[in-house]
Each structure stands twice: as C-alpha cells, then as structure tokens.
Ligand binder design. Structure first.
Ligand code: CUK
Ligand code: CUA
Length: 865
C-alpha cells in the first residue's frame, strides 16, 4: 500500500515536472517517451542517473571483479564504468603483467613457488582515518589463493601483493582497522597452517582457522609482513569480519559456520557437507582484542613461527583475555559494525533474523568474566541472550548490511527473497522493502560501512540477472542495480550489467575525496613510485651491448620512438627501458614488438622496462599501441634479429631513381617557406595569448605549457637541418625541416585550443539566448561559410549588425528569406565577390532571434576574434 502510494505521488510530481518544461521540449519529450514506451516515472529515474557529456559523478565505486581477479571502478549515479584495474590477473591494456616492473608486482603473488595468474576477488576496502575514508589506498583479497593486494589511489595501480603464509583460502578480508593500522584477513576453509599432509581424520587436532592482522603503513601504502601476525582459531570455517570502532576500537569480529567441524565424505557414504555443516542451531562469532594481541605478538615467547610467520596460539590469546566466542544463529554471513561502534549486526543466511549485538553488553560480560561455558579448545563462550540488543525477522536469507546517516537506520540484503530491506536496528522495526533482480549478495552504500555514511544511494550486487538483459549466451552478466534512498521509501533507478566476474562486494567513496594525479614525475617507475633506473631523457637514447646482453634506452614522444632500429643477435637477452617524455595530460604511448608477447603502457612521465630473449630470427616491427596523434601509425621501428652463425647473402641493390640537386633544393625551399608561414600563425596566437594575460587562467596556462613543450624542441631540429644542409645532404635537411613542421602543427593545435579557451574566459558572459544562437549557428551550417574574425568563403560577421541601417532587422530578414534580397545592391556585390549566394537554411524565427543575440555577443567581444 505504502509503496504504491509513493509511486503514485512521484508520478504526479513527474507530470508537474514535464508540464513545466517549455512546450516545444514537452512535445519532443512526449514523442520520445511514446516511441520508447517510457512512463513518466521512467523519465524521472533516467534524469536522476543521466550525466550530460563532461559532467562527472558524485561517487566513485570500487567493485571486486570476482573471478576476473580485477577491480572494477565506476561512477554513481551514472553507473558508467571508468576503469578495470589489473590486480591478481594480467591486464594487457595497462601492460600489467606484460612489462617487467608490473610483472614483479604480479609475481609477488607466487605461492610456494608457483606463478598464479588469476584470483577470486571478494572484498575491497578503503583505507581509513578515524573510521572515515581517506581516499589513499584500496586493499582487496583473493579467496582462492589467499592473498591481499594494495592499490594506490594516486594512480589506480596495484603496488603490492602479499600471499598469506599459513592459510589455504581466505574470505573475511580485506577490512581496515579505523586508522589503517592493520588489515584483517580471515581464513575460510580450515586447513593445516603448515604445508604438510595431515589426514582428514586428524581434522580437529591439526586443521586450523584464523585471522591474519597485516600491519599496514598508511604513509607509503604497503603491508609490512614482518610486523604482522596471525591469531589461531579453531577449525570452524571463519567467514566475514569487521573491525570495531568508537567504543569497540581495538576489537575485531569474525563469524563462522561449521562449528560442527564436519568433514563430509559423500564418496564413503557420509551425508554431504551441506547437511553436516549446518546441523547445529548456532555457530560462533569470534571476538578478539587485536590491539592487545599485537602487543603480545611482539614477544617471541607468545608466538609460534610457522612458514616464517608469527602465529599467536589460541591458548595464549585465551590466557590474556583476548579471545571470546558468542553463539550466533546458524551459518551466518555478514557481521557489520555500526558507525558508532556500539552495535554489530550479524545476518542469519539460514535464519530469517538479523541479530543486533551490543558491544557494551559484550564488554561487561568480558570484564566480569561472566562466561556461559567453553568450546572444545578452551575459548570462553559469552551468553548469546545477554550480549544481544535484540533480533528482528527481516525475511529469507539476510546477508549483508550498510548503514545510513540516520541514527539506527540500516539496509540489509535478502538473498532468497531478492530484496533490500530498510529497517531500524535500535527500535527493531522494518521500514521498507524493495525488490531487486535477482538474489542479491552484498549491497553497497555510499561510504555505508565507514564512520561517516552518506546515504543517497544503495547499490544491489545481484548474483543472477536472468531476464534483465539481452541474451548473450548461458553465462549471463552480473546485475548491479542503483537504488535511490533519498526519500522515505527506496526507489530502484537503473540496472548496470557487469560482464567481468562475480563482484561480491563494492565500496563507494565521495569523488571529492580522491585526488589521483594526471602525470608522473619524469622517469618514474609507477610500481615503486621511485625514479626508474632506466629513465632516459631526450638525447640520452642509446643501445649498449655487453656480450649477449643488449640494453636499449628508449624514449617515446609524439610521434616517434627513439631508437627506430634495434639489431641484435639471436639468443641475446634484450632489455628495453622506455620513457614517455610527454607531460601533456592523457598522452599515453604503448609499446609492443611482434611475436614476443610483451606490452608496455607508458603514461606521461612513466618509465618501464620490457625484457625478453631474442630467440627467434627475423624482422619484427615494433610500434606504439595508442592512437596518440595524427602521426601515430608512423610511431614505429624495427627490431632485427640476426643469427650470428649464419652467412647472409646481400640482396641485389635496386637502382632507385633519385631527385636532381636542383629538385631537392626547390623542395627544401618550399618546406622552409611553409614552416615560416606556419610560424607566423603561431606567433600571432602567442601575441594574442600574451596580450590577454593567459597566465591568469590556469587551464590556459597549462595548455600553453603543453604547446611550448613541442615548440621548444624546434631549435634542436633546426640545428640538425642546417648542419645537414651545410654538409650537402639536402635530403636529410628536408626531413629535419619536415620534423619542424610536425612540431609546429602540434604546437598550433594546442595553441589554438588555448586561444579558444582564453576567449571563453575573458569574453563577456553569453546570455542563454546567445548560447542557443551559437548552437543554432553551428547546427544550421552557417559556420561552413562564415568564420568569426576572418573572411573565408563568406564575409566575416564581426560587426555585421552595424553594416546596415536597422541592422538587426536587416540581418534577420536576410536569414529568414535570403532570396528576396539577392537584388539588393550590397548583397549583389557580395554575391559577385564571393561567387556564392547566401542560401536559405530554413531557420525558425526563434533561432533567428537567438542568432542575432549571438552576433551581438560577438560584437561585444570583437577585439577577441
Ligand atoms: S561474500 Cu559474496 S555475497 Cu564473499 Cu562477501 Cu557475501
Ligand atoms: Cu604514441 Cu601512438
């Protein structure tokens, strides 16, 4: 009832909104709505998520990429994908795993010597200060091959992978503690901590679960394995975790299933795991004081060393009052600490309830040593009822929780019911339910698990999409659904198919908290953040040979790779250090060589290394893989691999026709003349920029810097051209002059963009009508013949309104009906001069009025064109 009421009122609102739009727009809108079968509520939902071109999102979401081993980045509310970050899996576009430096990161993830090239990512986590996101680092776990990776949010690249030395799978991580002191990683399937064989019959004695507390340095963004430790747990299957905050600061919470310690055996006639592991009514929530355990772990007496890693045994933790268990409804899933740190909500999964635990009550029981018993390993058990604030029946299959800025409000996913439920965990009342499609796992609020949840939206991360999208075969995309939670009730806005893997969890952060850079300091190894040992500046390019080792110091800049020829012997070990000399934003160059399975992606200022053995004889083109300029295809070279044991017969020299010295001289003169003319254009732009104080506008100043970057390379080329000419090599001189022209075109390209930007900055503000007029002018094709500030195939329109008595009337008559004025003596003269007649472009009265306003704006700013 409530739901349908709310839908009805938003529909009324929709009608009002549509009615208030100008009548022309309404007609167009109704037409589109009719054609596409959209209701008014659809249009409102679309408007809530639509970003016009150039408009950016309010939130940035980091979603696990599931079995892709990657991280997916997208914006909210538009749900537009921004990036896939290679983490546990090679990612060719970014060169991740295909250049030496990123391969070193990927190989940190080797386990027991084995190279692993995939991952099952589950839980991304953002670094925190005071429980709030600081926008600096992202951690994510791999469940299949227990590892944690660290991604730097300054460039969205993976910087570190740390395998877990004792677990054989993990799940309850990554979770940051409130000041990013530690990252929590809980095991999933209990297994021996050592790497030896232990019979399953000795499960209870030799298999173990646990939680690894990875020490994290938030300044440099790296896990410190030597300062980290694992807390040993019984062989229950530990599941999700969370870190306490506020009054529960210093404590960690990890739930579990299979406290039955059942080990299956269908093949020997035992009931399957699924029956044995969910037999008891309750499992255990593990409550541990990581702050105290971290201190204990500093003393060698308190730890066992397993696989070179510190493990705090259960009995040490128990003896020091740092580990407790509390019963929780059977086979729970999420445990989520509220923004204040006082409440933790455990979701039932196989139970219809959510259980709200009160940390104050838990702490009291601990302080009073009031235990309800002990588990088989001697861990004290706290009474469930005495720890609970209360329980509420939510529906079937509650899994995960996200908090709202409203005190007591929480959103919970219901897997079996395919719903999101909004409820109050303090009053224990359900407020609203929204259907999702289908079988939701996690849900992501906007900073919804931090100490500072923002509300606004919830994203449902659904396991099944079934009928939501075009059929693309039996493997369906995943479905992320954006839900508006700004109103009293939830409203599902839009679906986003995700075709990369099962994204278990996603975290969202305000976009304003992220400050990634757009270029690197020249010569940076992006994986270490330090200056790369292969850094090469212009003029330092070279090929060094040392026996069978060939080292190439190369540079890439629009639009050439230096060197352009690399000749090596078959069997040589080739190392190519490459530096992208660009400083301009978004000027990435890529590099690959045919047949060698290598690829580098070089962002402006970056240096990286490709390494391989030239084990195949032949000629191998190499080229830049990013369409980086109009001369991108020319950005190439050859690697030639010779067999030193082979005799090569030289091919017959072809007689090539060559130019006469006179012809060459003529071509040289022509090239120089073109360059001089181009330079004159550049100088006029430079004068304009200087006269109008471009330095006062940062955007323009940046463009000018980019332009000068190109322009400043000219003297060096000129010197070479002149030297060649002097030496009598006109051919070479022409090529260098051509190079100068290329640099001039690039300068002019950016310079003119700078000029246009500057004009916009310093011109008077356009009225709405003038802005519409500019659009009409462009779309009506007027600019095909009229260039503002210049005579082209039609007259310059600057000052056109002053040229005639009653100018506005005259011009608008002429636009609306040019034919009727062809006999006007002035028009006649123009027709003769340009050999063209002003055509009737069938502008409406409205458009014509707007164009007049635009022309007035041009007149106001005539000095700028
Ligand atoms: S888990 Cu997938 S729905 Cu791995 Cu966080 Cu709950
Ligand atoms: Cu550089 Cu294409």
């Amino acid at each position: 009832m409530k739901k349908s009421q709310s839908k009805f009122s938003s529909m009324l609102l929709g009608t009002a909104l549509v009615a208030s739009v100008a009548s022309g727009a309404t007609n167009e809108l109704s037409k589109v709505m009719k054609e596409r079968g959209l209701s008014e509520i659809d249009v409102i939902r679309a408007a809530k998520t639509y970003n016009p071109t150039g408009v950016k999102d309010e939130y940035v979401v980091f979603s696990s990429g599931g079995q892709s081993g990657q991280v997916i980045v997208y914006g909210v509310p538009s749900m537009r994908i921004l990036k896939y970050i290679g983490v546990f899996t090679p990612e060719p576009w970014q060169g991740y795993g295909f250049d030496k430096d990123s391969l070193e990161v990927l190989r940190q993830g080797n386990i027991r010597g084995r190279e692993i090239n995939w991952g099952d990512t589950h839980h991304p986590a953002l670094s925190e200060i005071d429980g709030k996101y600081d926008g600096k680092w992202l951690a994510i776990n791999d469940k299949a091959n227990p590892r944690i990776a660290i991604i730097d949010l300054a460039d969205f690249e993976t910087k570190q992978i740390v395998p877990n030395p004792v677990f054989k799978s993990d799940h309850g991580g990554a979770f940051f503690t409130p000041n990013s002191e530690y990252i929590i990683e809980a095991s999933q399937y209990a297994a021996p901590f050592d790497n030896n064989y232990h019979p399953i019959e000795e499960y209870k004695e030799t298999y173990r679960g646990g939680v690894t507390m990875w020490k994290f340095d938030n300044k440099i963004g790296r896990i410190m394995p030597d300062d980290s430790f694992t807390i040993e747990f019984p062989p229950y299957h530990q599941d999700l975790s969370d870190a306490g905050k506020g009054i529960s600061y210093g404590w960690g919470f990890t739930n579990s299933f299979n406290t039955e310690m059942y080990t299956g055996g269908i093949e020997v006639g035992m009931p399957p795991n699924e029956a044995g592991m969910s037999r008891n009514d309750t499992d255990f929530l593990h409550v541990y004081n990581w702050e105290k355990l971290a201190k204990l772990a500093e003393n060698p007496k308190n730890v066992k060393i397993i696989n070179n890693h510190k493990v705090v045994p259960m009995d040490i933790a128990v003896k020091n009052n740092a580990l407790f268990l509390i019963p929780e409804p059977k086979s729970p899933h999420g445990v989520d600490v509220d923004p204040t740190g006082q409440y933790l909500i455990v979701c039932g999964k196989l139970d219809t309830h959510a259980s709200v635990y009160d940390f104050k009550k838990i702490k009291k029981l601990i302080d009073n040593k009031e235990y309800a018993g002990k588990d088989p390993y001697g861990i004290p058990i706290l009474d469930m009822k005495k720890s609970l604030h209360g329980q509420l029946e939510l529906g079937l299959g509650p899994l995960h929780n996200q908090y709202s800025p409203v005190d007591g409000e929480v959103y919970t996913s219901l897997y079996v019911d395919s719903q999101v439920v909004k409820w109050n965990f303090k009053d224990l009342k359900v407020i609203d339910k929204e259907n999702v499609h289908y079988n939701i796992g996690h849900l992501a609020g906007m900073e919804g698990k931090s100490a500072d949840p923002q509300g606004d939206y919830i994203i449902a991360l659904n396991k099944l999409a079934i009928d939501r999208f075009q059929n693309v075969g039996p493997l369906h995309p995943q479905n992320h659904q954006l839900i508006d939670i700004k109103g009293k009730t939830m409203d599902l806005l839009v679906d986003m198919p995700l075709p990369l893997g099962e994204p278990h969890q996603a975290v969202a952060i305000r976009a304003s908290k992220l400050h990634p850079h757009v270029r690197y300091k020249m010569g940076t190894n992006s994986k270490t953040g330090k200056i790369h040992k292969g850094k090469t500046l212009a003029g330092e390019e070279r090929i060094e040979r040392d026996g069978k080792n060939v080292t190439v110091y190369a540079t890439l800049v629009r639009s050439h790779i230096n060197p352009e020829r690399i000749t090596v012997n078959k069997g040589d070990k080739v190392t190519i250090h490459m530096t992208n000399l660009e400083r301009a934003q978004d000027e990435t160059h890529g590099f690959t060589i045919d047949n060698y399975d290598i690829h580098g992606s070089l962002e402006p200022g970056e240096t990286t290394t490709l390494e391989f053995t030239a084990d195949v004889e032949g000629v191998f083109p190499y080229y830049c893989t990013e369409f980086c300029s109009a001369l991108h295809l020319e950005m190439m070279g050859y690697m030639m691999v010779k067999d030193p044991d082979k005799k090569y017969v030289s091919a017959q020299k072809l007689k090539m026709k060559t130019m006469s010295p006179e012809e060459l001289k003529a071509e040289y003169d022509k090239t120089v003349a073109v360059n001089n003319a181009t330079d004159a254009v550049i100088q006029s732009v430079v004068k304009f920029l200087k006269d109008n104080k471009f330095q006062d506008h940062k955007v323009v100043a940046n463009l000018v810097t980019d332009a000068l970057d190109q322009y400043n390379k000219i003297p060096e080329q000129k010197k070479k051209a002149d030297e060649a000419l002097k030496a009598g090599d006109t051919e070479k001189a022409i090529l260098f002059e051509n190079m100068i022209w290329q640099l001039m075109v690039k300068t002019a390209d950016v310079g003119i963009r700078a000029k246009d930007t500057l004009v916009r900055k310093i011109s008077t503000k356009q009225s709405a009508a003038a802005a519409r007029g500019e659009v009409a002018f462009a779309e009506g094709g007027c600019n095909g013949c009229h260039v503002i500030g210049k005579v082209s195939s039609g007259p310059d329109l600057t000052g056109v309104l002053q040229r005639h008595e009653n100018g506005e009337q005259w011009v608008s008559n002429f636009i609306l009906d040019p034919e009727s004025m062809y006999d006007d003596p002035y028009v006649k003269g123009m027709i003769d001069y340009f050999n063209l007649k002003m055509p009737n472009q069938h502008m409406s009265e409205e458009e014509t009025k707007d164009i007049i306003e635009y022309l007035k704006w041009i007149e106001e700013n005539a000095n700028l064109f």
